[in-house]
Design a protein around this ligand. Structure first.
Ligand code: FE2
Length: 214
């Protein structure tokens, strides 16, 4: 693929890998999974004769969460921060204005919580791939790891399933993404049912203490 020949991509990739570290929830492993999913969706789109700009897509995926670590400090949404940082990096690396604005638009519109609609096909792919990585078995693993970091219990994590994870499938833009996401949504529901069943089964049959939380 001609894209990989561009040394600037390697510079960005290695910088992101170092900068974002091993945090499995939002760090480099997440970026790498979103990259894999994005390329899978893009290839499916191409099979259906939809043209995808891989240069814009890969740059947007690699940089989409770069500002996440600064969100609390700046109180600026990470999509906006990441988009601004991406603009700066791409400009310093000599990318043209068109590429810079398409990449930064894709980054700014990728997030679930900012609720801005993606306009380009590359922006839709990133938005969908980022959401798919929060679904299925990997979504369960990430949700509980995040809960561990935030000190959330099982019942709060179950709330997170209802408030976010189970709604993600309806937020996808592309049919190709929905095909991947369906199995993951079914698994999420199955896991949640099993979890609730386990919790119910483990309830003491006598009242020991009042208001025991999970
Ligand atoms: Fe992300």
């Amino acid at each position: 693929m001609e894209l990989i020949e561009d040394k600037r991509i390697r510079v960005i990739l290695n910088t992101i890998r170092l900068l974002m570290g091993n945090d499995p929830v939002h760090g480099w492993p997440h970026v790498l999974r979103v990259l894999g999913l994005s390329l899978r969706i893009a290839r499916k789109l191409e099979e259906n004769n939809v043209k995808v700009d891989y240069n814009v897509l890969v740059l947007a995926v690699l940089l989409h969460d770069i500002g996440r670590g600064l969100e609390d400090l700046t109180r600026i949404h990470h999509s906006v921060l990441s988009s601004r940082i991406a603009r700066r990096i791409l400009s310093l690396l000599g990318y043209d204005d068109d590429t810079i604005s398409r990449v930064s638009e894709a980054i700014e519109t990728h997030s679930y919580s900012l609720n801005k609609k993606p306009k380009s096909i590359e922006a839709m792919i990133l938005s969908d791939a980022d959401k798919i990585d929060a679904m299925g078995a990997i979504g369960v693993a990430r949700a509980f790891m995040l809960s561990g970091i935030k000190g959330r219990g099982i019942s709060e994590t179950i709330r997170h399933f209802h408030e976010k994870l189970l709604r993600l499938e309806n937020m996808l833009y592309l049919e190709e993404s929905k095909n991947i996401a369906k199995r993951r949504r079914v698994f999420l529901e199955k896991f949640l049912n099993e979890l609730l069943r386990d919790l119910e089964e483990s309830k003491p049959s006598i009242e020991l203490i009042e208001d025991v939380d999970n």
